[in-house]
Design a binder for this molecule. Structure first.
Ligand code: HPA
Length: 244
């Protein structure tokens, strides 16, 4: 069964992927961020989707998360690996670290965050105690170990609204809340995947320390530089995972 990969900032393509075709699809929720790229890596069929479009142009609060998840579901994807650039908050989440988080706190607002809104026969509440797919997390951790990449097992992902970065006080609040990393795209993506019945996990790459943790101003140039190192690790994990 095909694996869906949602690429974030720093991962608009996947090296090593043999591209078979690209298809601009549409869904009942509108158009996804980019055409779906169908390909093969090793023995596995892959459907790649650039979350921010290709070229990168859709900010986190404008991504049509419902269309992205629906598009992957419609083409038969059952497992989704979401790659995301994040800021680091706790010690184990320093720049260029890769985390496979196991929890989320949602601080976003005003986003279309459910498939269960209109024309319902009944009200639907999904179980979201453990927001990420345990089996896929375990497989990614195994792939990381085999690839010789140190990936952190677990962590709390804070989903913020963006597109601005946080204030130093906001990062202190997130730390007090128990968050390890902060990003702008983890929600509602994860919840929609659960609503759609997809097995979803995240490879979160730390691009920078959260605001106020280091003295330096956070620049896009610094973020992009750190991401290159982190994304090389993510590619190694993905290649291992897909070869299996
Ligand atoms: N905050 C939120 N999202 C991010 C950050 C950050 O510091 N770095 C990369 N994505």
């Amino acid at each position: 069964m095909a694996v869906g990969i949602i690429g974030g900032t720093g991962l608009t393509r996947l090296d090593g992927l043999t591209i078979e075709r690209e298809e601009a699809v549409t869904t009942r929720w509108g158009e996804p961020s980019a055409p779906l790229v169908f390909g093969r890596l090793g023995d596995t069929e892959v459907v790649f989707l650039a979350r921010h479009g290709n070229p990168h142009r859709i900010p986190p609060h404008k991504v049509n998360y419902r269309a992205n998840i629906q598009a992957l579901k419609d083409v038969g994807v059952e497992r989704v690996i979401a790659v995301a650039a994040v800021g680091g908050i706790t010690e184990r989440a320093g720049p260029s670290a890769v985390l496979i988080p196991d929890q989320i706190i949602d601080y976003t607002y005003g986003r279309a965050m459910t498939f269960f809104e209109d024309d319902l026969d009944e009200v639907v509440h999904i179980d979201f105690s453990w927001p990420y797919c345990a089996e896929l997390r375990a497989d990614l951790l195994t792939a990381a170990a085999r690839a010789g990449v140190d990936a952190v097992d677990g962590g709390v992902y804070a989903a913020t609204q963006g597109p601005r970065l946080e204030t130093a006080a906001e990062i202190r609040r997130l730390a007090n809340d128990g968050c390890d990393i902060v990003g702008m795209t983890g929600m509602p993506e994860a919840a929609l995947a659960r609503e759609a019945g997809l097995c979803y996990a995240s490879l979160s790459v730390v691009a920078n320390w959260g605001a106020g943790i280091s003295d330096a101003e956070i620049t896009m140039a610094d973020i992009e530089r750190e991401l290159e190192t982190g994304m090389a690790r993510v590619r190694a994990i993905l290649e291992r995972f897909l070869m299996a």
